[in-house]
Design a protein around this ligand. Structure first.
Ligand SMILES: Nc1ncnc2c1ncn2[C@@H]1O[C@H](COP(=O)(O)OP(=O)(O)OP(=O)(O)O)[C@@H](O)[C@H]1O
Ligand SMILES: [Mg+2]
Length: 222
């Protein structure tokens, strides 16, 4: 039922990858529909690489005229609806955000990413005012290093925390995550003789999915 969008005005922030990680993780336990609402169709491309997961469906959005009905339809069919958005503001992103119960904003640890994440928060706040309802959102640090944070990285973290909610869980930069785009499927389907660190990546993905569920419950009870 809940609709979760992945948004960021910065290209390459990690929207599609983070959506795949969450979608495949949630699909281990429940039904998920993912909507590819990016004209570049990277999510659809990923889905075409491997046989469909029994509880995960990936559909392509027909665009701004149909996104609202696509979301309604997906909500009636699946326990979670995830929407992968394009990396720039458009009527399509704005419609999808306005239909979302939660928006995840992936950001790296560079100033450009942080600026884009803060811009995206402002866009969501605008949408929320226009619709006269809260649209909860949180920043997800993605593509980060697992090493001790540098001063710049710490500075960026505190800037993001001042701007809005930030997930405790980070999705580190991991080969297992980026290789999903080549292999298709989820982390559990990766060939372990080919890809290192699959178990750590699964643990990272599980922590992320658990925190998403926790934040959703928190916002629904608020
Ligand atoms: N946690 C991660 N670990 C390793 N690589 C990552 C991670 N997140 C993203 N990447 C890589 O970074 C690149 C950009 O990621 P992705 O396509 O998810 O970003 P995006 O925000 O969807 O971009 P766009 O706006 O162009 O759609 C990809 O090559 C992807 O494999
Ligand atoms: Mg993308």
């Amino acid at each position: 039922m809940p609709v979760i969008s992945f948004a960021s005005s910065k290209g390459g922030a990690g929207k599609t990858t983070s959506a795949i990680i969450l979608g495949t993780e949630l699909a281990e336990g429940t039904s998920v529909i993912m909507i590819d609402a990016d004209p570049a169709q990277r999510l659809k491309r990923w889905a075409s690489l491997s046989p469909a997961h029994p509880s995960l469906d990936v559909i392509s959005s027909g665009g701004e005229r149909s996104i609202q009905s696509e979301i309604d339809d997906a909500k009636s069919k699946a326990a979670f609806v995830l929407i992968d958005l394009e990396g720039s503001a458009s009527r399509l992103t704005s419609f999808a955000i306005s239909e979302s119960d939660f928006v995840i904003i992936p950001s790296g640890e560079e100033q450009q990413d942080a600026d884009a994440a803060i811009d995206t928060l402002a866009e969501i706040a605008m949408e929320s005012r226009a619709r006269r309802r809260p649209i909860p959102a949180a920043i997800l640090l993605a593509r980060t290093s697992a090493a001790v944070k540098s001063r710049l990285e710490k500075h960026i973290h505190s800037e993001l925390k001042r701007a809005g909610r930030v997930f405790e869980t980070e999705l580190h930069r991991r080969t297992a995550f980026s290789s999903l785009h080549n292999a298709g499927g989820g982390l559990r389907q990766l060939d372990r003789s080919d890809v290192n660190g699959v178990d750590k990546a699964i643990a990272n993905a599980q922590a992320f999915a658990a925190e998403v569920v926790e934040l959703l419950e928190e916002t629904q009870n608020a």
